[in-house]
Design a protein around this ligand. Structure first.
Ligand SMILES: Nc1nc2c(c(=O)[nH]1)N[C@H]1C(S)=C(S)[C@@H](COP(=O)(O)OP(=O)(O)OC[C@H]3O[C@@H](n4cnc5c(=O)[nH]c(N)nc54)[C@H](O)[C@@H]3O)O[C@H]1N2
Ligand SMILES: Nc1nc2c(c(=O)[nH]1)N[C@H]1C(S)=C(S)[C@@H](COP(=O)(O)OP(=O)(O)OC[C@H]3O[C@@H](n4cnc5c(=O)[nH]c(N)nc54)[C@H](O)[C@@H]3O)O[C@H]1N2
Ligand code: SF4
Ligand SMILES: [Mo]
Length: 667
């Protein structure tokens, strides 16, 4: 018998989509797709060179995404756990959705909709993911989270001070004479800011970095300050004091700032030297930072999202806002205090009521303890686009809450600490398979994402649309909605839904057709905010902070370090490009290693948990900080959040991820 001739591989094709990860950049991805034996496979990924933000490159974690896309542990069919603690077993979609609908209906009818919790996080920033909230509002409304552990504290600060949490256009940095990277680590968390910063530098801008860790941002900076963690307000007040002392403040600021006199009195309550001492930075450096910021022309502050993840986080961002206001840096090109870009504001999402209509809400920062101790109890949970067991504080408490709940459904692509405890796992699409629209929180461009490849078929080999295989989240929700009697609310194709959320944009010439034709900017976002120095606050003025923020989190002789588990270039939160192995690394100043040699093992302990770690030394880390990667999981013995208590920030419902005191101890 002659062997069959293998079909020749078809020509490679390049397809474009937008990255939906929880990242400020929302890149345009070019995927090379090759077909062999009728099965298409993505063989390489790169950034679109023609996109003004993406500029032809992707970050490390998404450049390596194909390992995750084709990982052997990817969920390719619904999975059920028939008994708590037992294994997950594949089942068909109809059976899975019937089961989910039956349990959710019974629990709602017996205990009311508040016995059901819907939790959604940032696994995909696709706007259509809001359909889950719509379903659970129509079926319930059910219990949801409130606040935002990511950027809630800072957004609350800017809303209070300026009436809105928005930023100057990314490219407005070309007009800045000085740029302050305040708790901002662009080499890791927002790589597409780098070309804009480099260009500004080449055009003469001076950069100042402020971070307890000497990050790679220092390479770009003319001056780098390493204040005590959580003491940034003292740096900002000291800089304002210097500006007042040197007539570098805006004399007209009292006209457009509320609380100006009280703020000035607060700032003048200490000398520059005293503020510098509070922040534990050299006074000469603080003075130099103030001079660079307040005397060179328009100055922008790039505020890191992490700055707010502390007990005084919201007040800290308010202190930065006030510094920008009194030095005349609001309402001018190249100025601004840039924190968040309103990534949802361009879209029509007002069909969702949120916490206003929910019968009950739990603060996201304290989800674990509130869920575990809930009265009446949570009997069912629907978790989508998140891994709360690993990523929320007090991971062991979140794990116990999930384990103790009668029926937990998780919609995800890959196994996590949360799917490890779920009763039902529903597989969905990766960023290369998804079909959605997106805004970004680091610039004002709008995107459409479109599948560059089909999801894998289920284990039965059936076509993705039939029995097996991951499904679009909207399709999953529609299947559930029909079974729950609210099918009409979610009806419509993905394209219908895209048109529904972009209707207003369409009216402004920036709808789907425009997005398909090339980069589209949010037409409702201005390039320079508050250009007429009027603010959408109740008074029409900027509102200056006039009370001291709470003191930074304390360390003591027993627990001398603050744990800073921040982003790593190797992972998107708990989604690692290459599965991590071995013990997690903790980096400390050589004098803070409690005797552990570089590469040695130790126990990292907080008052609530402990982890076995490998110790690294780095003199660029402050002596009072222990640095590790966020995103480690319980299943790998790498979960930083086992050590972090569930506490809420001063405003905005953030989580105090970076306020936990820890120590290194011998094993
Ligand atoms: N590679 C990668 N990129 C990511 C993510 C990821 O997981 N991996 N996550 C994405 C997400 S969800 C978000 S929200 C953003 C997060 O982006 P960021 O919040 O900007 O990132 P972090 O790394 O948490 O913190 C940024 C910097 O703040 C510093 N910092 C911490 N505490 C203080 C302080 O008290 N004062 C000062 N001045 N600085 C401080 C840290 O040392 C760090 O260098 O990044 C996104 N990008
Ligand atoms: N210690 C510490 N903890 C932190 C932080 C920190 O700095 N330090 N940062 C915090 C911040 S800023 C954030 S935003 C949170 C992030 O917390 P999470 O949003 O929970 O982060 P991920 O681990 O990325 O979980 C997202 C999950 O969604 C899945 N997913 C991907 N695409 C899709 C999709 O299209 N649909 C669905 N349903 N699922 C999808 C992924 O596989 C992944 O399992 O973590 C917080 N936790
Ligand atoms: S994660 Fe961010 S930087 Fe990386 S490809 Fe996606 S949008 Fe771009
Ligand atoms: Mo985040």
């Amino acid at each position: 018998m002659t062997p069959p001739v293998p079909p020749a591989a078809d020509a490679a094709e390049v397809r474009s989509t937008a990255c939906n990860r929880d990242c400020p950049d929302a890149c345009v991805i070019l995927a090379t797709v090759e077909s062999q034996d009728g099965v298409e496979r993505v063989t390489s990924l790169r950034g679109d060179p023609d996109d003004p933000v993406t500029k032809g490159f992707l970050c490390e974690r998404t450049s390596r995404f194909l390992g995750r896309q084709y990982a052997a542990d990817r969920f390719t069919s619904p999975m059920v756990r028939r008994a708590k603690g037992g294994p997950l077993e594949p089942i068909g979609w109809d059976e899975a959705l019937d089961l989910a609908a039956r349990r959710l209906r019974t629990i709602r009818d017996e205990s009311g909709p508040e016995a059901i919790l819907h939790y959604v996080s940032g696994g995909s920033l696709g706007i259509l993911k809001a359909a889950a909230s719509l379903l659970f509002e129509r079926f319930g409304p059910v219990t949801i989270k409130r606040g935002d552990i990511c950027s809630g504290a800072g957004e609350a600060a800017q809303e209070q001070d300026f009436g809105v949490s928005e930023s100057h256009d990314l490219f407005d940095l070309a007009h800045s004479a000085t740029i302050v990277l305040w708790g901002k680590n662009p080499h890791v968390t927002g790589v597409h800011l780098l070309p804009v910063l480099r260009q500004a530098r080449e055009a003469g801008a001076v950069l100042v970095g402020i971070d307890p860790i000497r990050t790679r941002a220092a390479e770009l900076c003319d001056l780098f300050l390493q204040p005590r963690p959580g003491a940034d307000a003292a740096v900002a007040f000291g800089m304002a004091r210097w500006a007042f002392d040197h007539d570098a403040n805006d004399a007209k600021a009292p006209d457009y700032c509320e609380n100006h006199a009280a703020y000035r009195a607060l700032v003048e309550g200490h000398t520059v030297e005293q503020w510098a001492a509070q922040a534990d930075v050299p006074s000469a450096d603080l003075e130099r930072a103030a001079e660079l910021y307040a005397t060179r022309g328009a100055a922008n502050i790039q505020v890191g999202w992490g700055l707010g993840r502390r007990g005084n986080g919201s007040a800290t961002v308010r202190a930065l806002d006030a510094l920008g206001a009194v030095t005349g840096n609001l309402g001018v090109p190249g100025g601004g205090v840039s924190y968040y870009f309103g990534r949802r504001t361009a879209f029509d999402l007002d069909f969702i009521g949120g916490v206003d209509v929910a019968p009950r809400s739990f603060p996201e920062s304290r989800l674990g303890p509130e869920w575990l101790g809930a009265d009446p109890p949570v009997r069912a949970a629907w978790i989508t686009a998140g891994n709360p067991v690993a990523m929320l504080p007090e991971s062991d408490t979140v794990a116990a809450a999930v384990e103790g709940t009668e029926f937990v459904v998780v919609v995800d692509t890959h196994p996590t600490d949360t799917t490890d405890r779920a009763d039902l796992v529903l597989p969905t699409l990766t960023l290369l398979e998804d079909d959605d629209v997106l805004g970004a929180y680091g610039h004002h461009l709008l995107r459409e994402s479109r599948a560059v490849v089909a999801p894998p078929a289920g284990p039965s080999g059936a076509a993705p649309s039939a029995a097996g295989g991951p499904r679009h989240e909207l399709t999953i929700l529609q299947g559930l909605a029909e079974r729950l009697g609210v099918g009409a609310e979610l009806a419509g194709s993905v394209d219908d839904w895209k048109r529904r959320v972009t209707a207003t944009l369409d009216g402004a010439g920036a709808g789907l057709e425009a997005m398909r034709a090339g980069p589209v900017r949010n037409p409702f976002a201005v390039t320079c905010l508050f250009a007429d120095r009027s603010f959408p606050t109740p008074s029409g003025k900027a509102c200056l902070i006039d009370v001291l923020p709470a003191d930074p989190a304390a360390t003591d002789a027993e627990y001398p370090l603050l744990l800073l588990a921040t982003s790593t270039s190797k992972a998107q939160s708990s989604q690692w490009s290459v599965a991590p192995s071995g013990l997690p690394e903790v980096t400390v100043h050589p004098e803070s290693s409690a005797g552990a040699d570089p590469g040695g093992r130790a126990r990292l302990q907080s008052r609530v948990g402990a982890l076995e770690v490998v110790v690294r030394h780095d003199a660029g880390v402050r002596r009072d900080v222990a640095l590790m990667a966020k995103g480690g999981m319980l299943r790998d013995g790498r979960c930083a959040n086992q050590l972090v208590r569930a506490r809420e920030t001063d405003a905005g419902g953030g989580a105090c991820f970076y306020d936990e005191a820890v120590r290194l101890a011998p094993l």
